[in-house]
Design a protein around this ligand. Structure first.
Ligand code: UTP
Length: 294
C-alpha cells in the first residue's frame, strides 16, 4: 500500500523581483486573479486533490499570507450585521480548518530548493506535493493538475512531475524532461535538463511547477551546493534523486500561467475572468471595445 499524499508545500518566500514595484510591500502570491489571490487558487487546487495539510514556507514581508488564511472576526461581524450571509459563507469555505496549515520561515531567500528543505521537519517521512504558488494551472472543466498527478502516483509510486508542451524556440527558458511512453496516465522520465539549448533538448515538455516527491529529497537538499544564480536549486537535487529513484511525468492539458511574470499574470486574469459567468459578458464586451480602439 502506497503512503497517501497528505501534505503539500507552498513556497512563498521569494522576492518577486520580476514584479516590482508591485511586490515591494505586497507578496506576489497575494496579487489577485479576478477576486482571489493567486495563492488561494493554488490552495483550491491542492484541497481538490485531497491534500489535508498545507505547509507555507514564508519569509519577511509575507505575514499577510498567514492573515489571509485566518479568520477575520471584525469583518465577519460586520458582514453578519449587514445580512451579507452569502459572502460570509464563502469566506468561511475559503478558510482552512484549524490545524490544517503550518507556516515556517525561510529566513533568507536562498532558492527554491532551500525553501523546500525548510519544510522538512513538518513533512517528516512522507511523500508530499509541492506546488509553486505563482504558477496557475487553468482547467475550466475537469479536475485540476494535482488531482491528475495524485491519480497517476497511486499507480506509479516514486516521484511525479507535471509537464506541459512549450514551443521549441522557448525550451531554453524551462526545465525540460525526456520521456518514454508506458501504459497508463504517466510517462517514465528518462532525463531532466535545466534550460537546455534548443538542439540539446530531449523534448519540448517543460516542468510546470507541480511535483510529488519522496522525502529522500530532503537529505539531498541538505547537501546541495548553490547552483544557477547562486541559489540552492530544486532541480539539482531532483537530478541526483533521479539516479536512484523513479520519476514519472503527467502531461497537463490545460493552460499554465506564470503569475510571477507580468504577461503571465495579465493573461491569467483574462482567462479566469472569461471563465466566470458573473463577469464574462461585460468583460468580453469591454475588452473587445478596448482592442477595437487599437
Ligand atoms: P521564483 O524564482 O519564481 O520566485 O520562485 P522569485 O524569486 O520570488 O521571483 P523573481 O524571479 O524574483 O521575480 C518560484 C517560487 O518559489 C518561491 C517563490 O516565492 C515562488 O513562489 N521561492 C523562491 C522561495 O520560497 N524561496 C526562494 O528562495 C526562492
Amino acid at each position: 500500500m502506497r503512503k497517501p499524499i497528505r501534505k503539500a508545500i507552498l513556497p512563498v518566500a521569494g522576492l518577486g523581483t520580476r514584479f516590482l514595484p508591485a511586490t515591494k510591500a505586497v507578496p506576489k502570491e497575494m496579487l489577485p486573479v479576478v477576486d482571489r489571490p493567486v495563492v488561494q487558487h493554488v490552495v483550491d487546487e491542492a484541497l481538490a486533490a485531497g491534500i489535508e495539510h498545507i505547509v507555507f514556507v514564508t519569509g519577511r514581508n509575507k505575514a499577510v499570507i498567514e492573515d489571509h488564511f485566518d479568520r477575520q472576526f471584525e469583518l465577519e461581524r460586520t458582514l453578519q450585521e449587514r445580512g451579507k450571509q452569502k459572502l460570509l459563507e464563502e469566506l468561511g469555505d475559503d478558510t482552512p480548518k484549524p490545524g490544517t496549515t503550518s507556516f515556517t520561515r525561510q529566513q533568507l531567500p536562498l532558492g527554491l530548493g532551500h525553501a523546500v528543505w525548510c519544510a522538512r521537519d513538518i513533512i517528516a517521512d512522507e511523500p508530499f506535493a509541492l506546488l509553486l504558488p505563482d504558477m496557475l494551472h487553468f482547467t475550466p472543466e475537469g479536475q485540476g493538475c494535482l488531482s491528475d498527478m495524485v491519480e497517476a502516483y497511486e499507480e506509479t509510486g516514486g516521484n511525479v512531475v507535471s509537464v506541459y508542451e512549450v514551443p521549441d524556440d522557448q525550451v531554453h527558458q524551462y526545465g525540460i524532461v525526456g520521456v518514454e511512453p508506458r501504459p497508463g496516465k504517466a510517462q517514465a522520465i528518462t532525463s531532466m535538463v535545466e534550460k537546455p539549448r534548443r538542439e540539446d533538448a530531449p523534448s519540448n515538455l517543460a516542468i510546470s511547477g507541480r511535483y510529488i516527491l519522496q522525502p529522500t529529497i530532503f537529505d539531498l537538499l541538505a547537501r546541495q551546493d548553490p547552483g544557477a544564480g547562486g541559489e540552492i536549486q530544486l532541480t539539482d537535487a531532483m537530478l541526483k534523486l533521479n539516479e536512484r529513484e523513479r520519476f514519472f511525468s503527467v502531461t497537463f492539458e490545460g493552460r499554465v500561467y506564470d503569475c510571477g511574470s507580468k504577461i503571465g499574470f495579465l493573461m491569467a486574469n483574462a482567462a479566469y475572468a472569461l471563465s466566470r459567468p458573473d463577469i464574462e459578458p461585460q468583460y468580453r464586451t469591454e475588452l473587445a471595445a478596448l482592442l477595437a480602439q487599437d
